[in-house]
Design a protein around this ligand. Structure first.
Ligand code: ATP
Ligand code: MG
Length: 551
């Protein structure tokens, strides 16, 4: 038996050439029609727990599946967000509704696609086993063209070129593509963008996998779901681990915070097949390291910012040219490693954690003149860690003008999470220490101006620690930080805690600057006011007099 006549091009060199000239009966199935509609090769679900995708499933269910001219649909989203699982649930629903065949294809390469279609050809008619693989694939395409109501899932598509030979021709049934890639897919409708789960659904995932539904467990499971950024793969990994090891969510969370690399690489015991978060982006990152090192460099910097949206403009000085930044961001978005809009960029917290814990230390990088100049002012030759570069970029993006200026407040509000995160990740001392205290000091100033002094407190405390570590406990800068922290404590009524700080600031100022310096006078009057607040007026009086004499 031969099917060689099915491709009119004759040489079979290009499967795009598809004018078919079929002998009578060449495309017949050897399987009864009733069995054809049940024909499928769907993989097993790897978890019975599936939450929060009702809208996405309803959207897929409403797509046309019979007729002609049906346009393929893609489902796009970051790794581990649940694209394949959604497609699988939809495919199972189609089968249950009597649509078929439903065929699952690995679309990660042209070769896998061809092999998958050839397998369909063989399943429909076993005589196709003798055909060369590309001819068998062509047989399957031609067979599908002759019927309606089928579903093909092209899972994990990587390159539009791999799909191009088929997509335009597969229009009498439904083609569903899952992909991480934001690329111009030809013959594909507007993608369905799949986001991480809503907090309510991710809590439900953890509760169901662990079987912990008690009220007492809810708070720690919510915290864990948050920490995992509501990413389904991470929730499954954590949930299975908790269930199998009888670990509490609180313990897991503590381990995750102290040893993220170890925890994210740990599959549940006895389940070596379980894909772990640590593996999720390793192939992509490895490939990008050679093809687009700038993109990896930028991602490393972004990994030390907050997972909240960051203004793109801030990143301009990070690479040698603004176009290089736009290109690198485009590459990262195309791999769904970041979420990119015209104005902002955001990185999922687990992508950040994995990048922070798995990518090696930075090599010298091509920075813009502005960034280089800024660093030279601090410590020119120290190799810069991406966390330090992140801080420098945030500092360059701070609103100019006084933080009391209300027109700058929206910008401060946007930058605040990034200020908090970048500053929390800085080494105790190093090239960016002076910058760290400036950034923290100004952010605290903004918060105090807005009447949020209690939020300013941790920033002032951190600024004090950094200045002490960098310049020593007796430096006049340390006195300024002590004063600012004490003033903030005063704002929130904690005068007793403020008092020893003001006293220490005064001692430093007197010793370092002399008894008649303006800063010494400021310390004296601050201290006097605090004694006053504490009702210790007798102690306040001489200090206030001394301050007056200086000024
Ligand atoms: N809605 C959901 N509720 C609970 N678990 C889910 C959900 N969606 C996916 N999962 C689980 O998350 C894990 C990852 O899902 P899946 O493999 O579908 O992700 P993906 O987006 O296809 O990832 P990749 O880009 O790596 O192919 C699986 O273990 C799956 O069971
Ligand atoms: Mg997938």
């Amino acid at each position: 038996m031969t099917n060689r006549g099915i491709i009119a091009s004759g040489d079979h060199a290009r499967i795009e050439q598809h004018n078919l000239n079929l002998p009578q009966g060449a495309l017949q199935a050897a399987v009864p029609e009733a069995a054809i509609t049940r024909l499928n090769n769907l993989p097993a679900l790897n978890s019975r727990v599936f939450k929060g995708r009702d809208d996405a499933l309803a959207f897929l269910r409403a797509l046309p599946s019979t007729g002609t001219g049906i346009v393929a649909q893609s489902v796009r989203g970051m790794g581990g967000v649940g694209k394949s699982t959604l497609a699988l649930h939809h495919a199972r629903d189609c089968l249950a509704a009597g649509h078929g065949p439903v065929w699952w294809l690995d679309a990660s390469s042209a070769g896998e696609m061809t092999a998958g279609l050839a397998a369909l050809a063989t399943a429909v008619n076993p005589v196709n086993t003798v055909l060369p693989i590309d001819e068998a694939a062509e047989w399957a395409v031609a067979w599908l063209q002759g019927r309606s109501g089928w579903l093909l899932i092209l899972d994990n598509a990587e390159d539009p070129a791999d799909l191009r030979p088929y997509l335009g021709r597969l229009s009498t049934g439904q083609v569903l593509i899952t992909t991480r890639r934001d690329l111009p897919w030809q013959d594909v409708g507007t993608p369905l963008l799949l986001d991480t789960l809503a907090p309510r659904s991710s809590l439900a995932v953890l509760q169901e996998i662990t079987g912990r539904h008690d009220d007492g467990d809810v708070a720690s499971l919510i915290e864990l779901a948050d920490e995992l950024g509501h990413l389904p793969l991470a929730l499954q990994q954590a949930g299975a681990y908790l269930a199998q090891t009888r670990t509490s969510a609180g313990t897991y969370l503590a381990q995750l915070r102290t040893d993220p690399a170890g925890v994210l690489a740990t599959a549940p015991p006895g389940d070596a097949q379980h894909r772990t978060i640590a593996q999720l982006w390793s192939v992509t990152l490895e490939a990008l390291r050679t093809t687009d090192p700038n993109a990896v460099e930028l991602l490393r910097i972004l990994a030390y910012c907050a997972p909240d949206p960051l203004p793109r403009d801030l990143l301009v000085p990070a690479l040698s040219a603004p176009q290089a930044v736009d290109h690198a961001l485009g590459v990262l978005a195309a791999y769904s490693l970041i979420t990119l809009s015209e104005t902002d960029v955001a990185v999922h917290r687990l992508v950040q954690t994995v990048v922070r814990t798995t990518t090696p230390h930075p090599s010298p990088d091509p920075r813009s003149g502005r960034l280089r100049r800024l660093l030279r002012r601090s410590r020119p030759d120290a190799p810069l860690h991406p966390s330090q570069t992140a801080l420098v970029l945030v500092s360059l993006g701070l609103p100019s003008g006084e933080p009391e200026d209300v027109t700058t407040w929206p910008d401060w509000q946007t930058l605040l999470p990034h200020i908090r995160t970048t500053s929390a990740q800085q080494p105790a001392t190093g090239a960016t220490s002076p910058l760290l205290t400036t950034v923290l000091g100004r952010a605290a100033f903004y918060l105090r101006a807005r009447g949020q002094s209690s939020e300013a407190l941790p920033l002032e405390e951190r600024a004090l620690r950094a200045t002490e570590a960098d310049l020593g406990p007796d430096h006049p800068e340390t006195a300024i930080r002590l004063n600012n922290l004490a003033l903030t404590l005063g704002d929130v009524g904690q005068h007793a805690r403020a008092l020893p700080l003001f006293e220490r600031a005064l001692r430093i100022a007197q010793a370092a600057l002399g008894p008649d310096h303006n800063d010494t006078a400021t310390c004296l009057s601050n201290l006097a006011r605090t004694f006053d607040e504490l009702g210790r007026h007798i102690e306040a009086l001489p200090l206030a007099e001394q301050a007056l004499q200086i000024s």
